[in-house]
Design a protein around this ligand. Sequence first.
Ligand SMILES: Nc1ncnc2c1ncn2[C@@H]1O[C@H](COP(=O)(O)OP(=O)(O)OP(=O)(O)O)[C@@H](O)[C@H]1O
Ligand SMILES: [Mg+2]
Length: 427
Amino acid sequence: MANNLDYSNIWELYGLKADPFTTDALVVYGGILPIECFIGRKNELQRLNKQFRSGSSRVLVIGDVGVGKTSFVNFSRSLAIKGGYFSHLKEIGVMGNWYTNEFIINTLQAIYSALTLESKESLISEDSFKKLKSIVDFYNYEKGLRGISVAGFGLEYGSDRFSPPIMIPTNSLMELATKIVKEIHNKTGKDVILHYNNLENLKEMDIRRLFEDLRDFFQMPHTHFVFVGNLITNGIIQGSQRVSSIFSDSIMINEMTFEEIEEVINKRLELLKIENLNLVKPFDKSALDKLYNLYGGNIRNILNSLKEAILASVINNPIILTDEDIARTLRQLVEERHFKILVEKERQILRYMANKEEITNKSLATGTNTAQSNVSKYLKHLQNLGYVEVKRKSGKDKFWTVAPKIKWVLLKEPKQKHIVKYMPPKI
Ligand SMILES: Nc1ncnc2c1ncn2[C@@H]1O[C@H](COP(=O)(O)OP(=O)(O)OP(=O)(O)O)[C@@H](O)[C@H]1O
Ligand SMILES: [Mg+2]
């Protein structure tokens, strides 16, 4: 059946091979965007490098959601790999249902993948490789079995938290890991770097238990453990002297400057440019400035907003967005997509919250003149829709914040610029 939809690629209109606003983290060996797209963070890179040269270390890398933590560690690792260090490819993504054993096994699995994918099996002894392979195979087989039994009982995905931990003694796993690292070090003369991402997936209790139970593992010689987490994780770790004393350094990743973000995007445009086509930059400085201020420099939110604004505006010409376009388009989007489906009180609550960095249930009730029990009900509904989330907890208090896209409601169109009127020429 014929339709009148246009299927031409939007990015091609701008002379680009692909979406320049993708928000995936940069990976060690490069995805669509090569790791060379990385910009800035000179001091932080130096600090991490110092740790990598120190024999063994445990570093915490923390920062707000979407500021560039994963990309930072991946870039640091890519430099270290060039310097001869051994590290795995993709970061090790920590899951909420991990036990102590799973932590070590996933580490072994990451080492195994790096060895086999890069044909570096000879870095370790045959005996170690055999053991490593059998553990990885067994774990994956077990995981498959658990998946089946969980599904068979009609349990929801995620409740496998309650299935028994893998029955291999933790000590044996630790011994194998230590032996492998030692062998790699003996062969290469260089250390091993391990990168654990998304520590925030673990509950407070689990973080404490993990660092308690794996204290010895984390002291492994010739090994550098880099843990990445958000501000909630940092609060938990700093709140426990026993846990925080494990770390050799804690590096905070802050929002980038305006110029750095501009440089990131320019670099991406340059790399994605289609040869022989003219490149059209999809936005002007005023547009970027508007979003930079809205999000206090959070790169992920800025990139996502630029993309949404372009997708909403472009039909068959490469439109160049200004601050006015950004404000009008994104305001309209948030109103039509999200506010329209809410009752008036929920809209009022969201507007009130959008202006605050974070807010408790109680302050929200006072600020919007709503009974606290009703506020809870509205928040639950808004949370289910993905419009609000808990940013952090302190004692019994939950601090709520709006999802980044809801902030579009704060965008104001700039005052009409002075328009110069031209008189028709007298002929
Ligand atoms: N220094 C940088 N140079 C170039 N691009 C960057 C830099 N930092 C971050 N980015 C880009 O910003 C986006 C977000 O980065 P990243 O995923 O690393 O953030 P994050 O802090 O790990 O996020 P999350 O909290 O969701 O884990 C990615 O698209 C990444 O490519
Ligand atoms: Mg990340």
